[in-house]
Each structure stands twice: as structure tokens, then as C-alpha cells.
Design a protein around this ligand. Structure first.
Ligand SMILES: [Zn+2]
Length: 268
């Protein structure tokens, strides 16, 4: 699937980012982004080298950067081979990132061709997790922090830490396209319906997700607005969810923690 994102079509400098998303391993996403104006290409994470290598050849793109979201093996396994072949630079969080040339942190910005990338620290799934936001293209690459209808497991951080990271993503513009690290949407929908069985938007979305998966299609990207309407992990301030969980007066972080724990134990 090729997405071409252009938010300023009338301007002389048409900021256009081509985005190509494909499955790696079993349920990881490989993502290639290509700035048409400069010809610069980046991979968002490198779950494995071969499918990324194949897509680069298919599109005649030369790999200039790998942008790593976090240290998990299924996000960095292709780093060293791809760097060796292409001479690309690897940008990522501080910590154990294979082949990393440059460490970035909260508030850092860098150029991807003609486009500015902003770094948002989103710890919780891992302590080193970061999100890459490209405001001019209206796109964010959130790794394993936020998923369509779900969020990452809280493995290294704490529930309040993860909630704080999700709050940062909630402040992105509603029409921001969100690219995630995994295709987990169908299972996430089954769980989401246990938290909000009467949410009409969620019921409709779950139906569409089932259709798309049955047709062999992926369900990403999503948008911040779509997640606000249907993702239970982002809807912890809604009275009906709180009431169902018996947490009418709890903090948002506590409600988030309860939903996350229920998901961890969910076998749907
Ligand atoms: Zn991970």
C-alpha cells in the first residue's frame, strides 16, 4: 500500500511524503518513507532486512536513514545488515540500539530531506521508546506505544508512565495519520468491545476491521480522531467506561492501568 501525504497542495513547495507499509516477520510492519522533493528515504524500524531490501529495490529508493522507535529485537533485527549494505545512518533513542549513529531525545528535531521530524519520548512499553512526528506531512510513527484500538504492553515502565505517553499522543492534531509497529487490530477490537459494548463507532469499526482482514488487507494507518472515538485506552475519562469498571472517581492513569491489566489477561 502506498500512501501519498500532502497537506499543502497549493504551495510552491509541495511537502509530499510517500509512505509504503508492508508486513515483516508475522505481524510487524515495515515502513518506508520517501520525501519526493529531496529523494531522501527512511525506514521506520527494521524488523528484518530482506523485505525492506526488496521494497527498496522495487521502488528504486536508496536507504538514507533508519529511524528506530525502541530496542526490541523485532524492531532492530535488520539494522546492521541494512546499514552495511546502504551506508544509511541510524537514528534512535539512547540505549542499546544496534548500529545507532545518533541518539535523539524529547524535543529534538532533525530533517528528513525537506521535512522536519520531531522526537516525542513515549516510554512505558520500554523505557527508551520514542515517537517520530512529521508535522508538515501530518504523520506520526508511534512504534509499540499506540496501536489501532489498543496500546503496547507496559513491559519496562509503569502504568502512569505509559498513560502520560499516550496523553502526549492525544495532543497531536486529530487528523494525524498514525503508523504503528504491529497489525493487532482485530484482536484489539474483540477486547475493546468488552470494555465498551455499546459504542456504536467501535461496533462499526470492528465490523470494517473484520472485513478488511478477511480480504487480506491491513488496517493501518489510523488517525488520532479515530482512536479517540474507539480506542478504550484513550477513552479513560468517559463516564460509562469508568462506571462499567467500578472506577467512577479514579484518576485517568488508574483507569488506564485497570484496562491494560484486563487486556493482559484477555484471551479472546
Ligand atoms: Zn516492542
Amino acid at each position: 500500500m502506498i500512501g501519498r501525504v500532502s497537506r499543502n497542495p497549493g504551495e510552491a513547495s509541495d511537502m509530499a511524503l510517500m509512505i509504503h507499509q508492508f508486513i515483516c516477520r508475522s505481524d510487524n510492519f515495515g515502513v518506508l518513507v520517501h520525501d519526493e522533493d529531496s529523494g531522501v528515504t527512511a525506514a521506520i524500524d527494521a524488523p528484518e532486512a530482506e523485505p525492506i531490501r526488496r521494497k527498496l529495490a522495487e521502488y528504486h529508493w536508496k536507504l538514507d536513514y533508519i529511524l528506530t522507535t525502541h530496542h526490541h529485537e523485532d524492531h532492530v533485527a535488520g539494522n546492521l545488515a541494512l546499514k552495511e549494505e546502504s551506508g544509511c545512518r541510524i537514528i534512535g533513542p539512547a540505549g542499546e540500539i544496534p548500529g545507532r549513529d545518533e541518539a535523539v531525545r524529547e524535543g529534538d528535531t532533525f530533517d528528513l530531506g525537506t521535512l522536519e521530524v520531531r522526537v516525542i519520548e513515549t516510554p512505558g512499553h520500554t523505557l527508551d521508546h520514542i515517537t517520530y512526528w512529521v508535522p508538515a506531512a501530518g504523520v506520526a510513527f508511534v512504534g509499540d506505544t499506540l496501536f489501532a484500538l489498543g496500546c503496547g504492553r507496559v513491559i519496562e515502565g509503569t502504568m502512569p508512565m505509559m498513560w502520560h505517553s499516550l496523553e502526549k499522543l492525544l495532543r497531536l492534531p486529530d487528523d494525524t495519520d498514525i503508523y504503528c509497529g504491529h497489525e493487532y487490530t482485530q484482536a484489539n477490537a474483540r477486547f475493546a468491545l468488552t470494555i465498551e459494548p455499546d459504542n456504536a463507532d467501535l461496533i462499526e469499526r470492528a465490523r470494517i476491521v473484520d472485513e478488511r482482514r478477511a480480504a487480506g488487507e491491513v488496517t493501518l494507518p489510523t488517525t488520532i480522531l479515530m482512536e479517540k472515538q474507539t480506542n478504550p485506552f484513550l477513552r479513560v475519562d468517559h463516564a460509562d467506561i469508568r462506571h462499567r469498571l467500578g472506577l467512577d472517581h479514579a484518576s485517568n492513569a488508574e483507569v488506564f492501568g485497570e484496562i491494560r491489566r484486563r487486556k493482559d489477561g484477555f484471551r479472546g
